[in-house]
Design a protein around this ligand. Structure first.
Ligand code: AMP
Ligand code: ZN
Length: 131
């Protein structure tokens, strides 16, 4: 994947602040953090999103993400953390190499949760059935 910025980071072609590496998984600081200490966890193999990524690789990434989340919380003294993952530009995906965001969270850090909508009468059951 010649044009993939995350493949270039893995291959040491562009710099990053690495926090973890093994045979299959790589992790580094997001350069535009939601909160300081925000990290990205990625598979070394290029896959564009969660649907494109083989289950075994997803399992590897999630196992590492759990370890790194603990380290992020410890290092930043966070009160909690979010794990996020965007699929498709409509969902905010900007880099098309599958990645998890781990974002440390602090009481009263000023970040608001997602807005919530509501269902019309009977609509919820229809969505559940379709899905
Ligand atoms: P997403 O919107 O889920 O595709 O997230 C992509 C993330 O990658 C964004 O949060 C960017 O700030 C981050 N990012 C893009 N380029 C770099 C880079 N060279 N080093 C570190 N983080 C990056
Ligand atoms: Zn890539």
């Amino acid at each position: 994947m010649e044009e993939c910025i995350f493949c270039k980071i893995i291959n040491n072609e562009i710099p990053c602040s690495k926090v973890y590496e093994d045979n299959k998984v790589f992790s580094f600081l997001d350069l535009a953090p939601v909160n300081k200490g925000h990290v990205l966890v990625i598979p070394k193999e290029h896959h564009k999103d969660i649907l494109d990524t083989p289950d075994t690789i997803l399992a590897d990434v999630v196992k590492v993400a759990k370890k790194i989340a603990k380290a992020v919380v410890k290092a930043t003294n966070a009160d909690g953390f979010n794990i996020g993952q965007n699929n498709g530009s409509a969902a905010g995906q900007a880099v098309f190499h599958f990645h998890l965001h781990i974002i440390p969270r602090f009481e009263n850090d000023g970040l608001t949760a997602w807005p919530h909508k509501s269902y019309e009468e009977g609509e919820m059951e229809k969505f559940a059935e379709k899905i």
